[in-house]
Design a protein around this ligand. Structure first.
Ligand code: TMP
Ligand code: ASP
Length: 235
């Protein structure tokens, strides 16, 4: 499958149309941004690392009954996917308090949440991806009531699959962001799952092994991403 034309260039990926109308290629870049593009940089080999991690995770989720856009991994940087009509909602699931949950509500970082929290954000960079509830999403016309219910149900199922899977690899899944899209009448999991879109803490030491190392200038960013890749691929 070949890249025919560039459909979209995002912060971390390029999306290419292929010769098959139903298939696109996500090309993972090394560029890194945080705080809605206010902080910019690059993480060596991030594209290759995140593609490998995402392909493994989408395969595992697919094998466990989650409908995803993943088709195959043609090479190091590319993921061949079903084309989606992206739903403009970012679905964040949290198991442990960190990041904006700490800033917004005053939780102590590391507080284990009695029950996972699922949050919806409007996918709109101009508005800085504001937090919203189900009714905002429906009123804005970004998703129907039924679709919002499906997104939340899928996020909960995915969390229930990912938490023990990462625990076996000595990683604590603190929180993560998912995106979904419509394809031939079905809602599929789209985008990526990687240290860019998840918080991972080492199960024993609590060391941060994700994009927070870049966001917070903690150093060791490349090593953290490679360590997650090593554990995810079982290397
Ligand atoms: P937050 O604590 O900053 O709201 O982030 C929650 C999770 O969502 C965290 O794992 C990082 C991920 N995330 C993204 O993937 N993209 C984003 O634009 C933001 C703000 C967070
Ligand atoms: N992905 C967002 C950005 O590019 C925010 C983040 O991950 O912190 O700015």
């Amino acid at each position: 499958m070949n890249k025919i034309s560039l459909i979209h260039e995002g912060k971390a990926k390029k999306v290419w149309q292929t010769e098959d109308q139903d298939l696109i290629i996500q090309e993972f870049k090394d560029d890194a941004t945080a705080f809605n593009n206010k902080k910019k940089g690059s993480i060596a080999d991030k594209g290759v690392t995140n593609n490998a991690i995402s392909c493994r995770l989408f395969t595992m989720l697919g094998e466990n009954g989650i409908p995803t856009h993943f088709v195959s991994q043609p090479n190091d940087r590319d993921m061949l996917c079903k084309s989606l009509d992206i739903i403009k909602v970012e679905v964040v699931t949290r198991n442990v308090a960190a990041g904006s949950l700490v800033r917004r509500y005053g939780f102590a970082e590391g507080t284990v949440l009695a029950k996972p929290i699922v949050e919806l954000y409007l996918k709109d960079d101009d508005l800085d991806d504001p937090l919203m509830n189900d009714e905002h999403a429906v009123a804005l016309g970004v998703a129907t009531c039924e679709e919002v219910a499906s997104l939340k149900e899928l996020a909960a199922k995915i969390n229930a699959l990912l938490v023990p899977w990462f625990a076996e690899r000595h990683l604590r899944l603190v929180d993560f962001k998912l995106e979904f899209g419509r394809h031939k009448g079905e809602i599929l999991l789209g985008d990526e799952i990687s240290p860019d879109t998840c918080r991972f803490w080492d199960a024993e030491s609590g060391e941060k092994l994700d994009k927070d190392r870049f966001r917070l200038d903690l150093g060791g960013v490349e090593d953290a991403y490679s360590e997650v890749k090593r554990r995810v691929l079982g290397l």
